[in-house]
Design a protein around this ligand. Sequence first.
Ligand SMILES: Cc1cc2nc3c(=O)[nH]c(=O)nc-3n(C[C@H](O)[C@H](O)[C@H](O)COP(=O)(O)OP(=O)(O)OC[C@H]3O[C@@H](n4cnc5c(N)ncnc54)[C@H](O)[C@@H]3O)c2cc1C
Length: 432
Amino acid sequence: MPPSRAAEVARYERLRSNPLNLAGRARRRESVIIRSVAVSSSLPKTVVIGAGVMGLSIAWRLAQSGCPVTVYDRGEAGRGASWAAAGMLAAAVETEPGEERLLALTLESQRLWPDFARELEGVSGISIGYRDDGTMVVALTRDDTEQLRFTYEFQKSLGLELDWLSGSEARRREPHLRPGVPGAVLSLRDHQVENRLLIHALAEAASRAGAVLYEHCAVREVELARERACGVVTDRGYDRADVIVLAAGAWSREISGIPRSHLPPVRPIKGQMLALRMDPETPLLRHVMWLPRGGYLVPRRDGRLVVGGTVEERGFDDSVTAGGLLALIEGAWRAVPAIEELPVAETWVGFRPGSRDDAPILGPSRIDRLVMATGHHRNGILLTPITARSISAYVLTGRLPESVHPFTPERFLNARLHRAERLGPVTALETR
Ligand SMILES: Cc1cc2nc3c(=O)[nH]c(=O)nc-3n(C[C@H](O)[C@H](O)[C@H](O)COP(=O)(O)OP(=O)(O)OC[C@H]3O[C@@H](n4cnc5c(N)ncnc54)[C@H](O)[C@@H]3O)c2cc1C
């Protein structure tokens, strides 16, 4: 009797995961990114390195599917970039020329966000402060207006839904804007989430689904056997794994055991931030607001007004500097002078995991059973739902959704080793 379709598929799955599957020794019909990591009919025992939004959300999705998952973080879960972020879910207004390919991914993730938020809040019992008031980009001078008009037209040409507002319309929506603002752009689809609550909710949801989280337990080394990842050495000892997901954010190159040439090209991009305290009953702003020369203001429901963020190439230097704070406060004050009266609640620094092309690095690496989920740079909160969905699907089925194909580590093969470029003054602010 001829083999059934299911038996055929199972045979190809076995061949794909066979380390001897070299050219001519076994049949291979798929593209390289459609490899199977599922080791047998049972679900793969997965170790996730890093408990930021990436590691936790992937662990949640895998645990929901019944996968045995262990997450290790060398510190407190979620205290990396995921804690430092502003929580903007801004696929539209942040799109710059050259980022058209990334836009497809950010838009897809943005579309997933409302259901993702609802489901997460439901299973964790934790509200994550998802707000859909939209995002406004303001111009303060005639120069700003010209530049904003140019960017607006570029973004409209990509099909993004944006509205041009007159100065008076902008001030009607945000009365604390400086008088005389010439114009603004409004995106009603670019929302925000309170990323610090998001982390708690993800950790809770992952643990309720059965994932095991070890905090203050670093992964020292990934163990390889015949070019296949087979376990990790942690502060607690050795842990065998069928699949290892590298989600260590800006620290993703600091894990031993993986040959240097196979490490993801990720570097830390420092961001200084501060929060001012508003009266939650009478907040100064309702929308997320982008400022003309970089920087942004993000009003939270609890009255915090997050002001961000510098963009600095300083390695892991975690100092808050006078120049950084000056740039943030001055930019915010030019747009919303009333911030002058607000108390400073907090200042902090975070490290964006910046990749060589500023896009995330997702999917199989050149080491069998080692999967990457890193390099999300300034979009990691926005890209959480799509990353969790794609990477968990890959671990479970060996297939990566098509929208993620342009972002596999393969795109960096044969490229020259990255040299971090100094951006110059400490006061450079995040631009759209
Ligand atoms: C200032 C700032 C503002 C931002 N604003 C936004 C925004 O508004 N919107 C948006 O979408 N994105 C924003 N981002 C980007 C976003 O925060 C990141 O892309 C995202 O959080 C990356 O998540 P992650 O899980 O990969 O990394 P992290 O959150 O950094 O998590 C990595 C984790 O790995 C752990 N780790 C490292 N090494 C090891 C090891 N050896 N063993 C075990 N654990 C290890 C770390 O302790 C850390 O907890 C911002 C980032 C910064 C810094």
